[in-house]
Design a protein around this ligand. Sequence first.
Ligand code: DHB
Length: 515
Amino acid sequence: MKKIFTFLVGACLSVGAMAQSTLAFDANAGVKSKMTAYDGTCVNYTAYERLFYVTNVEDSTYQFLNVYVPDGATQQTPIFLRTYVGGYMASPAAQPQAGDATGRALKEGYVVVIPGTRGRNSSIIADKAYAKNRKGVKKGQTVYTGRAPKAILDLKAAIRYLRHFNKQIPGDAERIITDGTSAGGAMSALMGATGNNPEYAELLMAMGAADERDDVFASVCYCPIIDLEHADMAYEWLYQQTDSRQALDETHKRYTKELAALFPAYLNSLSLKEPDGTPLTADNYQDYLKSEIIRSAQIAKNAGADIPDSLGFKFTSEAGGMFAAPINGGMRPQMQDDKHPMMQGGQPPMGMRPIRGGRKQVGEYITDLDMQKYLNYVVSTQALKGVPAFDSKIEGINNGSGENEVFGDETGSSVNFTDFTAQKNNTMLTDAIRQNVRLMNPMSFIGDGKTTIASHWYIRHGARDRDTAFPIPVNFATKLQNAGKDVDFLLAWNRPHSGDYALDELFQWIAKITK
Ligand code: DHB
């Protein structure tokens, strides 16, 4: 098998495309290797690399996956599937990294799978055979191979490949846990929320993906950049009152206002419910977000973090009990109750008296948050994106974002994908772009009765991550919860745009759901 791959790849390198008659996996082709884990221990594993997951390989740089099997893994071992997609760009199949979730997964004994995927920047040069098979493509032309929805198609093909060879490849393809960050978080979300949906079927068949199911067991999504067609309105709705938005020029201020005004109707159209069943609408949504930020900060505070009230938080005026440990490492505040038997003339006994001029003291519980103050703090840690934040390509004003390229075509075009910005350019979205936008949004199919949604979700978005607005991950987590899924969601305290953190916690969660 190895020989055949070498021949095919070698013969077709100039264009990156190749055809295989069938999908293959050679159980004898594993290569023994080892990794020093984060804790200094040695993990022995077997690597199976360059496993092409489609028969019609359009881009041989990316369309294969790697499998890493730690010693002791069996056919029943869950599979940790990590996508390294970032910025919606192409991502090659990688090897496990000791310091991230892949290394940790291997150390914990899980089978690790890292697929490569095409992305908005991947391209090939068409050769004669390629040009002959593709209408409108000329020999020698640069063809962009990874425009929407190619990345998710590749990942679905990878999942189908794992199912196709489930009896041969160690690990249980019925217990795949996907993981990714940012655009990779979006990919993980898509793998979890589009399982077996028929709208992808023809595209997958044309690629030569295995005729198998492509649903997964669980998805881990760090700061997923999703719901792109509503992300601009959510962004302006959230940040419109911040100092930085107020300081914009008149044109951009107007965009902010117009976009923000679109968000309530969208939000209401989702018919979301809070965990206790209360309808979540534009009327109570600010309060709900506030409660999520407070929940985040309180968890951090309980774990010993210093939560300065300068960020906009209010606290109970008293500390915990008489003998509670000082909060944030400071001294106890002045006792309120001077009748307490321990009090002497309104003063706590010597040794428990506050240090004069010491740090400001706060209570045990966070009781309120000034959201505008908090949002200004978020913006002070990293400047906001422009207006619009995602579909930002407006003639004469802005050249556009990476997302504009995601929805472009194989010539490498950059296009609008929201009605709002298209209208600013006096154009309209084509049906093809609309459909691609739909296929790239994990919000599209939840609860449609035609899609198998992962049962378990671990979703994190940093409490000071401004790459997309808080409502985007909050809506996603809530929609999944409302559909009866097991969702562990948190706006992780003080985290900027980042992923694969709190790995002790993540792997405890994985152990719990796979027990
Ligand atoms: C990523 C970050 C963004 O701000 C964005 O718009 C798209 C992708 C990323 O880090 O993958």
